[in-house]
Design a binder for this molecule. Structure first.
Ligand code: GLU
Length: 617
């Protein structure tokens, strides 16, 4: 977004000039936490007076992320001639500086890119990886029961080899015009100068206070003086600035074969804890780091109403499940002779819920980082047409819905193959989307697993380590049914992250992604169906009340749960549970190479996100 002042001055061949410095001016109410806080001294924070705008239309390129400081970083890059990949990496690094509990150097993610030059969608698999020593029962007690989940979360044992630095470097090398040195400079500045703490960040810190205080290096940054930095005050992280500088000057190699890696391995294998605290040690070695790769992979692909839907293949289940949900909606149309766009909201959510439950049954049974995942079958319309035989337009199926048989033979029989139980899944993560004026688009979802990851900051380097390995199932979910998501050596835990690009006639139409653990799949599918099947403008599709049905109790935001829609769904047999917020989506609708609508969350979800375009209309 062009603003009267350049808010974050960025890297160009001319180098960095100065950042906008805006002191916090609003006086806090006398009994607020910030009123009692000591003033922290240091350089002024970066760009926090930027407005949070959920929808913006215009030309020149677009960015949608969870945070205006981060979106502005991407916009500045686009404005100075950088492309979508440059802006996506720089925005991701900036998000990791202003929302460090959701993603960062110590985590992983999936980068999905469309190149206007080649007309191709490609993905980078930057998922965290298990140590070579991992076994199927690594998260089990000696009697075979699952270890206590939170004990594993707050430990070295849940830390996988981070994939994010390798992803940034590979993305820039393959698609970008900037170096890692240039792209990480704004994030380094944010980490050093700090950002002004808002209510969401304050609450996240408070929620993590107990576990952060287990690790002195974490407490030193996020609990200075023993308490969270209050709302309106500045959170700085000079150690994180040092880490960005190290990556800028030594490349991702510093993490995989250099001194950042040495520090990481030391910490994971022997976490530095507060007096009296012990946590399980991790197994990562320097050899595991050196062996890490963030490979380019073909995306999943399916057709939906004349559009091509591209997503992330394994180890994510996102691409497969989003496609299956959309395919099932189409199958339900064929079976009922009705169109999704003509349904009432409650009817639509019934259809959506049934499709999601079926897709999750299949995902839990068949998808993981294992050979032979039937991706092509699960994303085929023929399979969905067979699978939809269970659908009843008047009545919710009993949960759990059985999984199907994606065996390539879809003669019309209705042969559910069995059921498997639901695995435990948490949520946090962040997702951003970028489009440039050359027609490239990126959607990038990145994470350290739960808010605050493992809770462990690598001493001296300021970044939180992931707890991504808790995305493995600790024990087989259902006796006698193969579980594709058990731990294994060098294996990547199954993800739900669903960065999705929809093309029309080979050019970008809609780009979307969201955090939210396993609700990511339903949120992204709801955004895509909102635009394509329901005909909503992208901003409305992102803002629409959400329902997340994952083959168990269904979760619904208040607008669905509490009103007439909830009553209609319950009357059909749906069992709903209230969940105040589901997902935190970002999306861009591309109309041409010079007209975009960027969309992020309205304030009702985690304080809202930030949509920007270079030249607003
Ligand atoms: N670890 C989750 C996954 O990969 C993402 C974290 C989240 O959004 O909760 O699916």
């Amino acid at each position: 977004m062009r603003t009267p002042t350049t808010l974050l001055t960025l890297v160009t061949s001319a180098g960095v000039v100065a950042a906008l410095t805006v002191p916090a001016t609003a006086a806090p109410p006398p009994d607020s936490p910030s009123a009692k806080a000591p003033t922290r001294t240091g350089p002024p924070p970066v760009g926090h007076e930027l407005p949070k705008v959920p929808v913006m239309t215009g030309g020149g390129g677009a960015v949608a992320s969870v945070d205006p400081v981060a979106s502005q970083v991407g916009i500045d890059i686009l404005e100075r001639g950088g492309n979508a990949a440059d802006a996506a990496v720089a925005t991701a690094a900036a998000v990791a500086a202003v929302e460090p509990y959701s993603s960062g150097i110590g985590g992983g993610g999936f980068f999905v890119h469309y190149s206007a030059k080649t007309g191709k969608v490609e993905t980078i698999d930057g998922r965290e990886t298990a140590p070579a020593t991992f076994t199927e029962n690594v998260f089990q007690n000696p009697d075979g029961s699952a270890m206590d989940f939170m004990t594993v979360v707050n430990s070295g044992l849940s830390v996988g080899v981070p994939g994010t630095p390798a992803t940034w470097e590979r993305a820039l090398e393959r698609y970008g015009t900037m170096s890692l040195n240039q792209a990480l400079k704004p994030a380094e500045k944010i980490a050093r100068n700090g950002f002004v703490v808002d209510q969401t960040f304050y609450q996240d810190t408070l929620d993590n206070q107990e576990r952060f205080s287990m690790f002195p290096a974490t407490a030193e940054i996020y609990l200075p003086g023993g308490a969270p930095v209050p709302v309106g005050k500045v959170q700085r992280n000079p150690d994180l600035a040092k880490a960005y500088r190290e990556l800028r000057t030594h490349g991702a190699a510093s993490l995989y074969t250099g001194r950042m890696g040495e520090a990481l391995v030391d910490e994971v294998r022997n976490p530095t804890t507060a007096p009296g605290v012990t946590v399980p040690k991790g197994q990562l070695t320097e050899a595991d780091l050196a062996a890490y790769e963030a490979p380019f992979k073909a995306p999943t692909r399916s057709e939906h109403k004349g559009f091509d839907v591209y997503g992330m293949d394994t180890p994510s289940s996102g691409g497969i499940a989003v496609s299956e949900i959309l395919n099932l909606l189409e199958s339900f149309e064929k079976r009922t002779g009705r169109s999704v766009k003509d349904l009432s909201e409650a009817e639509y959510l019934h259809w959506f819920s049934e499709a999601s439950a079926m897709a999750f049954a299949d995902r839990n049974r068949y998808v993981g980082d294992v050979p032979g995942v039937p991706t092509a079958e699960l994303t085929s319309q023929a399979y969905a047409d067979e699978r939809s035989c269970l659908f009843d337009p008047e009545r919710a199926l009993k949960r759990p819905v059985p999984f199907g048989s994606p065996d390539g033979s879809y003669a019309g029989g209705c042969t559910p193959a069995g059921t498997s139980a639901l695995p435990h899944e948490g949520q946090s993560t962040t997702s951003l989307t970028v489009a440039d004026k050359w027609g490239d688009v990126v959607t990038y979802t990145l994470t350290i697993e739960q808010y605050g990851g493992s809770g462990i900051v690598v001493p001296g380097w300021g970044y939180l380590l992931n707890n991504e390995l808790t995305d493995f199932n600790f024990t087989p979910t259902t006796p006698g049914v193969p579980d594709p998501n058990l731990p294994g050596p060098g294996k990547r835990p199954r993800s739900s992250m669903s960065p999705t690009i929809v093309l029309q006639d080979g050019t970008p139409y809609l780009t979307a992604g969201s955090p939210g653990g396993s609700t990511i799949i339903t949120t992204v599918a709801q955004i895509v169906a909102g635009v394509i099947d329901r005909g909503l403008p992208v901003g409305e599709a992102v803002a629409a009340p959400r329902l997340s049905s994952r083959n168990g109790t269904e979760e619904a935001e208040a607008a669905v749960f509490s009103g007439a829609i909830g009553d209609e769904l319950r009357a059909k047999g749906h069992v709903l549970r209230l969940r105040p917020v589901i997902g935190n989506g970002t999306a861009i609708r591309t109309f041409s190479t010079d007209l975009f609508t960027a969309a992020a969350e309205p304030t009702k979800r985690r304080g809202g996100g930030s949509a920007m375009v270079v030249d607003p209309q």
